[in-house]
Design a binder for this molecule. Sequence first.
Ligand SMILES: [Zn+2]
Length: 189
Amino acid sequence: MNLNLADADNRVIINVGGIRHETYKATLKKIPATRLSRLTEALANYDPVLNEYFFDRHPGVFAQILNYYRSGKLHYPTDVCGPLFEEELEFWGLDSNQVEPCCWMTYTQHRDTQDVLAILDRLDLDTDKPTEEDIMKKFGLEEEYKSGELNCWQRIQPKIWALFDEPYSSTAAKVRQTHYSNGPSLLYL
Ligand SMILES: [Zn+2]
């Protein structure tokens, strides 16, 4: 067998959402116990005529995922929402905790936003105006509030909540309310 044939033998084509990605089988083995490390021609995803695997998943995100196998480093794509990326990671059997430090802010920002939205969802907006301590309690920050150990983001969260609670209480709230229709962007104060 000459070198070119050996190379062809080691190559693999993965068609994700209509976009063909090509790599070496050895590259896919770099991260064990994942969907890609376990590809075999016995899978229904394998097309023997085209000699490729097909997955109907997000092709753009997959480029980043494949790059993780190539470089050993996992970065967040900047053009998709965090939860979408995490869903794709889960599908490919990858761990979002492996994300590189340069992308941690992106990762935690999405997490924090989701946490705030989840809390807002649970709030009963018909209750009487709560005290600052009540608000802290709702965010599970009672202990930190009492001992004065709140970090910056923890201090901001209840203020965001307060804006939702009393939308007409201040000019700032009115401004924020205007932005409310634009969705969660409001949360990046
Ligand atoms: Zn990064």
